[in-house]
Design a protein around this ligand. Structure first.
Ligand code: MG
Ligand code: FE
Length: 170
């Protein structure tokens, strides 16, 4: 029989695997965005938050007497897919980074909301408050991306137009 505690442990492990993937994803992205310093800085900040989130989840799992999983779960696979798609993008990777990061943050938001409820149901207040805190960081990152998406897209498109005009003159 699968208990509430089992479900909570499984979902914490899923979240942990996703954060591990996110660390790789964010570090790859921030390295590639030198022409977009605001985005690169925000991503670097979230990279630090993500590393901390991964450690907090490890502490939760340890406290609950279970360990992290080595098998890749659905979320981890999804983020690996984002990464491969990012690599395949020539030129417009900044726009794809905004797109995939926003989608990923939304997935994290959904996942931590579920974890908050499950931790509450399991009576694990410490895990609940950790997941609440992480949830706020994911919401803040998603909000930032949403607020900056227009400007980044315009910046990208006007740079592309400049490049096209310059090569037409040459
Ligand atoms: Mg996260
Ligand atoms: Fe995140």
């Amino acid at each position: 029989m699968t208990t509430i505690d089992d479900y909570l442990n499984n979902w914490l492990r899923d979240a942990h695997a996703a954060e591990e993937q996110a660390e790789t994803m964010l570090s790859t992205a921030s390295d590639r965005l030198k022409d977009y310093p605001d985005l690169a800085n925000r991503i670097r900040q979230h990279q630090d938050e993500t590393t901390n989130q991964r450690k907090l989840l490890e502490e939760c799992l340890e406290r609950r007497g279970t360990s992290t999983s080595t098998t890749k779960d659905l979320m981890a696979k999804t983020s690996a897919m984002f990464q491969d798609m990012g690599k395949a993008m020539a030129g417009d990777e900044v726009v794809k980074t905004v797109l995939f990061s926003y989608a990923f943050e939304q997935m994290e938001i959904a996942s931590y909301r579920i974890l908050v409820t499950a931790a509450e149901a399991a009576g694990d207040q410490q895990t609940r408050s950790v997941c609440e805190r992480i949830l706020q960081e994911e919401i803040a990152m998603a909000d930032w991306l949403q607020q900056h998406s227009d400007a980044i897209t315009r910046q990208f498109l006007s740079r592309e137009a400049d490049t096209t005009a310059r090569s037409a003159r040459a």
